[in-house]
Design a protein around this ligand. Structure first.
Ligand code: ADP
Length: 428
């Protein structure tokens, strides 16, 4: 084949052929960039992603190696994140000064940069070569930019066959860098999210451990205080007995709070064992309403019952459902003004019994109707709360009803009142 003489002007068809070849090559490169960018955006783990980027950078620019440096906000310097054939452990020790390095200039100016003779170029920082035993001869570096911010630098090192870098190399590396920066940012965000999630889990475990230990440790001394105070109260009279009654009541309130913590920690640990039995729901409703009636009467409130005349048998753990209904009723009393109305109803809905506690109280904003079932969540901010409680009653209720394969939910109109409903399987 006769080679084309570069000095001889090209014919029309020769020029056409050349442009077709160039366009073909550009199309191939663009489709390769597209392919790579799809690969990059689907890799969410940072280290495999960085390896993928340096492999792609070396492939596109036909170079021996490539590297990525990322800007460390805390240290205020660039750090190597990946270099071809260098192990990750070795990388973390290599730092690149912003002043006095090619990467530093690229990071600061946000412009691509070409270094044709790294040995002689004073801008080249040779600390990296010493640490990695790699000999950099020439460099094409481009910034990794994400939303007007340079997050690092991507460099292609030593063009194969010591050919000079071309404008096309710069274009391709820039195109890769813009995709890579987005993918790196995404992977970093996913990593940060995973870390935060892990931390949250650790905190949750810590909280559960704290509740389990605290409730256990508080139980015994409290039982002693309650026992002695009750005994002393029964053996004295007059003002001393009245004062001791105050101590007993306070200790009983404390016992209620500790019981809530114990219940929650058992539920959390999956240690709550149900003792299922079939019994009419009316029995349980009457018992709990009678128990809390004195609290309601003290506030001038009335509790009305709306239950079917015939027994409505349910299959449930009596003591656990007592806790649920007791929590709902004491809340209704607590969050309803003196003189208000409270209603307890039970109805059969197919194979379920629906038990509801309705009050004419302060109500709950719609945005809080789900959150109130989370442990420790209370609508009123902790600092200016007028009502006592730990914020555990409803989360315990939801946990216990869940164990019975039932559901519990709240409906409310602020200023008018609330209704809490739970379902239980009937025993037929
Ligand atoms: P606690 O009553 O100890 O605060 P709960 O888990 O039982 O904890 O309730 C969580 C929060 O839900 C309460 O602090 C209150 O803000 C809200 N809440 C519960 N029941 C009612 C009710 N009947 N009316 C208004 N708000 C309620």
């Amino acid at each position: 084949m006769v080679s084309q003489n570069p000095d001889k002007p090209l014919t029309e068809s020769g020029r056409l052929r050349q442009s077709v070849t160039r366009l073909q090559r550009q199309t191939e490169q663009l489709s390769r960039i597209l392919e790579l960018s799809q690969q990059l955006t689907s890799t969410l783990e940072l280290q495999p992603l960085l390896q993928e980027i340096i492999r792609a950078a070396a492939e596109l620019t036909d170079t021996e190696a490539a590297s990525i440096m990322l800007y460390d906000e805390n240290a205020g310097e660039l750090r190597f994140a990946a270099i071809t054939n260098v192990a990750q452990e070795q990388l973390t020790r290599i730092r690149v000064p912003i002043e006095g390095s090619v990467a530093g200039v690229i990071w600061k100016t946000g412009q691509p940069m070409l270094v044709t003779d790294a040995y002689r170029d004073p801008r080249h920082y040779d600390g990296t070569d010493q640490a990695t035993r790699f000999q950099t001869r020439n460099i094409l570096g481009v910034p990794l930019a994400y939303k007007d911010r340079n997050i690092g630098v991507l460099e292609a090192l030593n063009k194969c066959g010591d050919e000079p870098f071309t404008e096309e190399d710069t274009r391709l590396l820039c195109a890769l860098a813009s995709q890579a920066a987005v993918a790196i940012q995404n992977a970093q965000l996913v990593g940060a999210l995973q870390q935060a999630y892990q931390k949250l889990n650790q905190l949750d475990t810590l909280k559960s451990d704290f509740i389990a230990i605290a409730s256990h440790e508080l139980r015994t001394p409290l039982a002693i205080v309650l026992g002695y105070a009750s005994m002393l109260k029964d053996t004295t009279s007059g003002p001393t007995a009245d004062q001791l009654e105050v101590v007993v009541q306070a200790a009983l309130r404390l016992r209620g709070l500790i019981e809530e913590m114990v219940n929650l920690s058992h539920l959390d640990a999956g240690e709550t064992v149900l003792e299922l039995a079939a019994f009419p729901i009316q029995e349980l409703v009457f018992t709990v309403c009678t128990e809390v009636d004195s609290l309601a009467t003290a506030k001038g409130q009335t509790i009305s019952l709306h239950v079917p005349p015939d027994p409505l048998p349910i299959k449930a753990d009596r003591s656990q459902i007592t806790i649920v209904l007791n929590n709902l009723l004491t809340n209704a009393i607590k969050f309803t003004a003196p003189g208000g109305r409270i209603a307890v109803s039970a109805e059969q809905h197919g194979s379920e019994a629906w038990i509801a506690v309705t009050d004419s109280g302060i109500g709950i904003p719609a945005s809080d109707l789900e959150r109130i079932f989370e442990p420790f969540y209370q609508v009123e901010p902790h600092m200016n709360r007028r009502h006592g409680g730990l914020g555990l009653g409803l989360s315990i209720a939801r946990g216990l009803i869940g164990l019975h394969s039932g559901r519990i939910w709240a409906e409310s109109v602020v200023g008018k009142g609330s209704r809490f409903t739970f379902t239980l399987p009937t025993s037929q």
